[in-house]
Ligand binder design. Structure first.
Ligand SMILES: [Zn+2]
Length: 194
């Protein structure tokens, strides 16, 4: 269909008017959604004092997750990309509260990068401290808090598995000396083994 000059002009005026109005509507909608957010935040703060309500919400969320597998993962990724600063702060706070899990988490992640199989228990440090009776696996000195190193017996760089079975605790000195040496060569260099 061809538009006459007159028709085109009035169409563009109409278009301008509509988009102009729309932008006002969008602005109102933003204000509305802010008020709405505030309202629901208040309501939630009030309701979440009730344990029954929290349980109900948790149940509902669990059912939703079961119905939409992958949704949580997608939303978590979205939250991270929308608010990277806030998410990093949240992670830091969690790791500060769970130092043992931090080590396992970081090493699992490193291992994943290197595509190695094997899993490290979240409480591997605690387990090893008990097994090694709080002593360095090499020099047998008492392990000092804050200077305990989780060591891959066979280094990852030498295809050692990232797994509970390939982990030990070393003191800082021994760990620094061992670095990524072969475990037998290292122990021999320290006067152990023949
Ligand atoms: Zn040592």
């Amino acid at each position: 269909m061809q538009m006459s000059g007159q028709g085109l002009q009035s169409f563009s005026m109409l278009h301008h008017r509509i988009t102009g109005e729309n932008s006002t509507i969008v602005k109102d909608a933003n204000m509305y959604s802010e008020a709405r957010k505030e309202y629901f935040a208040k309501r939630y703060a009030e309701k979440s004092k009730n344990p029954e309500y929290l349980k109900l919400m948790a149940d509902r969320a669990r059912k939703q997750r079961a119905k939409n597998p992958g949704y949580t993962k997608k939303m978590n990724a979205k939250r991270r990309s929308d608010n990277p600063e806030k998410e990093r702060a949240r992670c830091r706070a969690w790791f500060a509260k769970n130092p043992d899990k931090r080590v396992a988490y970081q090493q699992n992640r490193e291992a994943k990068k290197r595509a190695l199989t094997g899993v490290v228990s979240v409480d591997i440090r605690t387990k090893l401290i008990r097994l090694q009776r709080s002593k360095c696996a090499c020099c047998k000195e008492n392990l000092i808090d804050g200077k305990i190193h989780l060591d891959h017996i066979m280094p990852i760089t030498k295809d050692g598995l990232h797994d509970d079975s390939n982990l030990q605790l070393l003191c800082q000195t021994c760990n620094n000396q061992k670095y990524n040496k072969d475990p037998i060569e290292f122990m021999q260099s320290r006067g152990f083994l023949i």
